[in-house]
Design a protein around this ligand. Sequence first.
Ligand SMILES: Nc1ncnc2c1ncn2[C@@H]1O[C@H](COP(=O)(O)OS(=O)(=O)O)[C@@H](OP(=O)(O)O)[C@H]1O
Length: 639
Amino acid sequence: MREENPMVRGLALAMGLGVVTFMLGWSSVYEARPTPQLARAARAPDAAPSTGLAARAPADGGRRKDGAAPAPTRSQPVETLPFARVAPPDGGALQPAAAGGGAARGVPAAADWRECGHERLRTHYARELAAEAASPEALRTTRVLPTLFVPCCPKAGTTFLNLCVARAFHPAVVCRNPDPHAWAGPACANRSFVLGGVRANPAGLFHEVKEPFYFNKETAKAVPGAARDLAVLAGPPLPLCTWWLPRMGAPLHASPINSERKTRAFWNALGARVRVPCNLSGTPPPHGTRPPAAGYFPPSAWPGCRLNPPDVGGARGRSDFVDYVAFKVAFPLAAELPAGRARTYDMTPNYLCSSHAMRLVRERYGPQLAARARFIVMLREPVSRAFSEFSMFRTWGWEKVADFGEAVSAEIAALRQCLRNDTLLLRPLTIAAMPPADVVQSVMRCGSGDARQYVRNSLYESCVAGAYAHFERSQFMFIFAEDLREMSGGQLMLKIEAFTRLTLVKDAAGQPAPSLAGRCDTGAASGPGGTRALPNHQTRGRIPPPLKAALRRFFAPSRAALASLVRGSFDDAQPLARLEAFARDDAGAGGGAGGTAGDVRDVASFGVDLSVRPWERPRSAPAGARRPPRARARAAPAV
Ligand SMILES: Nc1ncnc2c1ncn2[C@@H]1O[C@H](COP(=O)(O)OS(=O)(=O)O)[C@@H](OP(=O)(O)O)[C@H]1O
């Protein structure tokens, strides 16, 4: 969840750890000076930077993103090929940088970072940039906009999936070459890969974005008028080499593409689409300036810096670096990548249960691009998912109600209130049988799918039914977090490969290389060196058994309805089996879903009778039921 919100904090930490480990094992991501290699690359015209970009430990004692003390200085060179440890999965060797490139128009045969800048972009892709400027619709073809989505569900293991996919299907792995200029070249012919969008913070640091938070309602609110314009999603046009910079942890202002002059031209070319970012409209931090402790940049750090919108970040009283984005997200130019074989992802898990997001994907993309979209829907037993989300927002201080039962009871009361005038006798099984458009008109309008909608975001059947109004069932794959924990990394990657048609690098036996599978292994399935599940916050405590039982009964019909919706989706056997297992557990627990009259009575003391579904009339008025405050945006500020 959340890119643009505190969710990011967890995400950033997980991503930071994952990506940093993933790439280099670098221990510091903050640097205020160019790495020696970058400096050399900038000076030496013929330098091949992909062979020497690893030295760390800036002389100014750069700090880690998490604010910890500077990492101990390593003697250099530490490691020269960032992907050396993930490739070669099949025993082959990474290709030298000079071997790739050449296929896409204007791409030089060898990577030369000096040629990777904005000037080259403007020179070679003037036609595309002009088309983009003339009409946002051109972005459907001039950019590689996201077509791989994980639109649901928050707290269902989406961060883990993101790290797995981002690594296993990254072009550096798929093409066995870390040089972006090789990805469109003959060495990578017939292979398909996926990249994330990139974001830059005012410090000039790029990083990959799991959750652009573009299609959901809160993003639209954050940038009135413009948010639904595809240009906001596409972001500024960036040279392809930018997609390697995040992986180098290189600050923008220290990179060869970013002399102040070039970057000013860069932003100017954007016109009104994206405002000039803080660091460039204000005083850029001089080289050698150390970021403040924790690596965050409050607006006051740079005189003349205007935040956009001005109150974002500071008003929330948080020092979350993501609040101070220079630009929110950017996706690569299609002309720099192999046609039809490059995808990008958007793993914002709040889209599916949003009343708007899925429709916006279809409308903004148009029929051709929308048909390419693939949705991996991560589900989880609804009560534990809800509790996980509640726990996270408690940890972040967003949720003021300390008691989970009280919070969900209040939300259910609000849902009932919202649905009270609905003339349809909505029940989960009814929802599953309804035309999807009717679902959107009724249930979907209650709740936005955003933060702190613990119940709403667990009523999967209505979210899925609503999504079917806009996309074919075959465009969806469902994975339960409970199954994910039991899958090996190899099984997971094969599943994703089959669904997405991304290229999975396999060994001679046709199996994904163990070096790749490790990233995707979880829990009991992980062998030596495998990756454990990645909690991105700490879920503390447990749900009181009576409440849990009552909630399980509450959600049981929803799960039953989900089964009929999952049928017809891609590879539906596993989620159906899981749903059956849930049903058996419910029955085995007694009372249909483990609830007893006593359980319900206990829970009812919160003021809401959980034995009644939100769309049914309560047997008695929920006296004293508290209406929850409006869910706060999880989305970050827009730029
Ligand atoms: N591999 C795997 N399989 C199943 N479940 C996993 C996995 N990895 C992480 N987790 C658990 O998923 C919870 C976090 O989910 P998300 O990453 O989707 O959270 S977020 O929405 O991005 O904040 C979080 O759940 P809780 O620990 O209950 O909070 C993680 O522990």
